[in-house]
Design a protein around this ligand. Structure first.
Ligand code: PLP
Length: 357
């Protein structure tokens, strides 16, 4: 079967197989990695290698910390203002879909938020251009979501914010394409798309942003505490961290981010070209803002949606339903989804349109 789920998403088969082999007996130790102390030399080596592999893959500069946190990406919606709204207390947020909207609601609880661009009027089918961003020089940071998972809307540029740190929710796009990390103050990503199991959240943060959390910040939410303890202030999500490490190793074996990015662009253009070439299918997103990870599409007659989902599932193409808030279809084509899977999908779509169009 091929899994097009938006999250938790498909993991590379090779990673699952290796994790399966190692599950009860890690490297002949007679223990599962899940049963080992996070302070043991064996686990610390696994954890450090995972971090180094991520640093290599993303070319993360030395003046950035990599944190392995818990509570998914959603907890970051609160941690970000608690840690970073520490100067003027004013922050700028860009709203391009459901996730940046959730980040906005949470941001408003802890900071004085100005919405500097919002595409809700066009039903979140585009991203604002640089000149449409009403940036404020006194902002403590600018928050945005480069890839909106539900609407399939992606920025085709990194906003230039001058001296104001840029914070990006990269949950559904991390490791999918090459990226200049030095353009960001902070990047965070829930793991369950391109990294590993849900619950884990990877945070990449520039050194100088640490240590200025609001006084009421819970200890567990303070990035500096997390960084000072090597992400082990408490018991970290050891199994998720280990699995993330296996995914990073797999990604290196694939040739790294540049190679996977090339495959991702091929997958996405194949699918978009197919959709654009068939009147039976449509994608509403502005061409230059189309996500290479999440491809929503509708059928010419929405009464056929249920049948499409039943038949695609029977054909081994799983989890193609759009998000419950928008309906329609969505194919999430993260790193672990092969080009073969995308061709199988368009083959099915051709056949379905022929039978029902
Ligand atoms: N941000 C984006 C872009 C997402 O796609 C998601 C979840 O899918 C989240 C945030 C929330 O992540 P979590 O469920 O880990 O809190």
């Amino acid at each position: 079967v091929f899994n097009f789920c938006a999250g938790p998403a498909a993991l590379p088969t090779a990673v699952l197989e290796r994790a399966g082999l190692e599950l009860a007996d890690w490297h002949g130790k007679g223990l599962s990695i899940m049963e080992m102390s996070h302070r043991s030399a064996d686990f610390v080596a696994v954890a450090e290698k995972a971090e180094q592999d991520l640093r290599d893959l993303m070319a993360i500069p030395d003046n950035y910390k990599v944190l392995f946190m818990q509570g998914g990406a959603s907890s970051q919606f609160a941690m970000i203002p608690l840690n970073l709204a520490n100067g003027s207390g004013k922050v700028d947020q860009i709203v391009t879909g459901q996730w940046s909207k959730k980040a906005l609601a949470e941001g408003r609880r802890f900071a004085d938020v100005r919405v500097i661009a919002n595409t809700e009027d066009n039903h979140f089918t585009s991203a604002p251009t640089q000149s449409e961003l009403a940036l404020n020089a006194d902002a403590d940071y600018v928050h945005y979501c480069p890839n909106e998972t539900i609407g399939g809307v992606a920025f085709d540029y990194i906003p230039a914010t001058g001296d104001v740190p840029l914070v990006a929710d990269l949950s559904s796009a991390i490791l999918s394409d090459t990226l200049d990390v030095s353009r960001f103050g902070m990047i965070y990503a829930g793991a369950q798309k391109n990294i590993g199991p849900a619950g884990l959240c990877v945070v990449i943060i520039r050194d100088d942003l640490l240590g200025k959390a609001q006084a009421a910040t819970p200890t567990m939410f303070d990035y500096k505490v997390c960084a000072d303890h090597g992400s082990m202030y408490n018991t970290p999500p050891t199994y998720s961290w280990y699995l993330a490490g296996l995914v990073f190793e797999w990604l290196k074996e694939q040739g790294g981010v540049a190679a996977i990015a090339a495959a991702n662009h091929r997958k996405a253009s194949h699918l978009y070209q197919f959709i654009d070439g068939h009147d039976f299918y449509a994608n509403p997103v502005a061409i230059n803002n189309r996500s290479i990870m999440n491809v929503p599409f509708t059928l010419a007659d929405s009464r056929l949606d249920k049948l499409f989902l039943q038949q695609s599932e029977a054909a081994g193409l799983l989890n193609l339903a759009g998000h419950r808030s928008v309906g329609g279809m969505r194919a999430s084509i993260y790193n672990a989804v092969s080009e073969v899977a995308v061709v199988a999908l368009t083959d099915f779509m051709t056949d379905f349109a022929r039978r029902h169009g």
